[in-house]
Design a protein around this ligand. Structure first.
Ligand SMILES: N[C@@H](CCC(=O)N[C@@H](CS)C(=O)NCC(=O)O)C(=O)O
Length: 251
């Protein structure tokens, strides 16, 4: 007999919002931050590619909804976004943006439109998704924290995380410019010029918010290919919807 998974009763309790426990298919609990937007983009792309539907619960992390028991039962890490697949029985919760995107790639992107069939290209997508998950998002997140939200201005911390974020932008610039291959690329993963994939979706919501993080046009000058990549992805309908009104909480 297969080992038991958490039951519906363990996942959903009386405090769980009705829209979460009554959801039928893919359901995303999110807020439109860069981490939320990564999975929002993937879901909107799946909608355009396959007509895949999903529903959402929009929360405000300022009110610490994500630290309540109903949320921790779905994601003990207490952070958005959380994806729940209610077509599994019992429902299957997924936390961590990249894991959510890989889940959607496996179960909702049957043609690998946003992934790769070739195992080496697939591995490139894993490399660049991990790169941003481990070395981009945490640094740029700390820039935002120390620049905007920390109660005191600690110059060392601000400089440390700003410099590290500029360094990882530089890594993306090396890749996209084709500095060592002679061939500029359009997207992060895939041979040749690359193919739009989950690696781009994971990375883009952060990098496009460089000005929010306090970087200037001068700071961004060394990254012309990265700036073009930001515009290229920003033109997609699914991406526009994923960062738009639909995911803003009503005030
Ligand atoms: N490694 C996580 C990070 C998620 C994360 O940091 N989410 C932030 C919003 S962007 C959050 O929920 N913060 C609220 C909190 O920490 O309580 C992921 O990739 O999903």
């Amino acid at each position: 007999m297969a080992a038991a998974r958490p039951t519906r009763e363990q996942l959903y309790i009386s405090e769980t919002p009705d829209e979460v426990k009554n959801a039928k298919g893919l359901h995303l609990i999110t807020m439109s931050t860069p981490n939320g937007q990564a999975v929002q983009i993937m879901l909107e792309e799946l909608h355009d590619a396959y007509g895949t539907e999903h529903t959402t619960t929009l929360i405000s992390i300022m009110t610490n909804e994500q630290k309540k028991e109903w949320f921790l039962r779905l994601d003990p890490n207490g952070r958005i976004p959380v994806l729940i697949d209610n077509t599994q029985d019992p429902p299957f919760p997924v936390h961590e943006t990249s894991a959510e995107m890989f889940y959607l790639l496996k179960f909702a992107d049957k043609e690998d439109r946003f992934g790769f069939k070739d195992e080496l290209e697939r591995n490139q997508a894993i490399q660049w998704t991990f790169f941003w998950h481990g070395s981009g998002a945490p640094y740029q997140g700390q820039v935002n924290h120390f620049n905007k939200f920390a109660p005191e201005k600690i110059e060392y911390a601000i400089n440390r995380f700003k410099n590290e974020t500029l360094r990882v932008y530089g890594v993306l610039e090396i890749l996209l410019s084709g500095k060592y291959t002679g061939e500029p690329r359009d997207y992060l993963a895939g041979f040749g010029k690359g193919k739009y994939s989950i690696a781009d979706m994971k990375t883009w919501p952060w990098v496009k918010a460089w000005d929010f993080s306090g970087f200037t046009k001068e700071d961004m000058q060394p990254f012309p290919h990265l700036m073009k990549w930001i515009n290229r992805i920003g033109e997609r309908d699914a991406v526009k919807r994923a960062i738009g009104e639909k995911y803003q909480m009503e005030k």
